[in-house]
Design a protein around this ligand. Sequence first.
Ligand code: NAD
Length: 461
Amino acid sequence: MTRHDLIVIGAGPGGYVAAIRAAQLGLNVACVEKESALGGTCLRIGCIPSKALLESSERYHQARTAMAEHGIRLKDVGLDLPALHRRKDTIVRTMTDGIGLLFKKRKITRYLGHARLAGPGKVVVDSDNKPVELEARHVLIATGSTSAGLPGIEFDGDRIGTSTEGLAYPDVPEHLVVIGAGYIGLELGTVWLRLGARVTVLEYLDRILPGTDSQLARQALRIFKNQGLEFRLSSRVTAARIDGDNCVVEAEGAEPLRCDRVLVAVGRTPYTENLGLESVGIEVDGKGRISVRDDFATSGDRVYAIGDVIRGPMLAHKAEEEGVACVERIVTGRGHVNYDAIPGVCYTEPEIASVGKTEDELKEAGARYRKGIFQYRANARAHALGQTDGSVKILADEQTDRVLGVHILGARAGDLIAEAVAAVELGATSQDIARCSHAHPTLAEIVKEAALAVDGRPIHA
Ligand code: NAD
């Protein structure tokens, strides 16, 4: 029986980063992954392929609609969808192969197969050949999540599917119905809209992007509608099925919708199937999550869990932080994740990025705060880019001026949020941000101006 200091189950961003950090700290590490490619949902069928599609589809859209304004004449702009998919697949392969190289460099042993706990310190890997039995001082569960379904939805793995199918449609749907106006629904809905589909988004709530600052979400909704996305809010989908050449989607209180493809994006479920949790005395909660303490220890002896399989937002970088903190705690006794400083980004155009408390949360908590808002349209670089939609909002404590939350809707929001994350992490005030020199002309100046606006003194407003 092979023995390791640490066995990590799952090679997504949580698991592979934890494995690398543990190897850096001197542990003998193994990582078990059931898929032949490393990287998990994020790299194989999530964040990375979707970003590739968002980039390509935006360029196609720009080529068709925005070049004339720049004085560029294009003729016969056409779409080569197989080439677009090939580019995406190459990016995914490059990134997933890269993790294999990192594992080799760090001497991390990789096992291909489905891992299952088989009692304290024991893991069995079921692969095509015979099961492999492993022993470990510590086991880290980083098995992630899978797409959630809905009662009444009949997935056929093709026309009615999840984001996995939505990343690889072989042709542009005429009419795509997206169920759920969260991150996945909006990102992939946007991709197929830009590539020429009619896209209708059905959302149960009366708003899009639950959890996002509601003022920004309202602004974003207006922009997406102008781009051509159709929304049916307050619309609870009860059924979706294939009907001849069409799909039919039924929602409460509305006429059934006929379309040629359905993308279900109603959240994700922790993945713990056949993991042998009972063999080490671990139970899951009502949402299928594994309960952990602050040090990510589960109720199983020396079994830890991180990422989508535990509480908190299902985000790759949150899982990464947890993976690092968990193995640092195991080896050094120290390690911590500041959940107030985990950003969220939706990669639509414009992007939507947030960190810290939303204004809704502050109001609900009765907190006293000041806010500064600055619009993209007052920034020179935004004009040069031709991307003037959006704003930056900074929320700061009324007494101390400490930054409590930053919310950005606009071009490159996902990059701009890094400064705000640093501010929240370091306990900076809005005036700390305002005092920093921000290069001119950049979009970052919008963040500085929003910080000045907290104190009522923006320069260009
Ligand atoms: P989500 O939770 O973000 O959004 C799901 C939406 O579906 C919600 O708005 C919900 O109200 C709606 N919904 C639920 N039941 C419904 C019904 N019966 N009818 C109509 N609408 C219904 O989930 P998601 O977009 O599927 O994303 C899953 C996870 O993946 C999220 O945790 C998200 O954070 C993560 N993710 C992140 C990114 C990113 O960081 N850019 C991208 C993709 C996914």
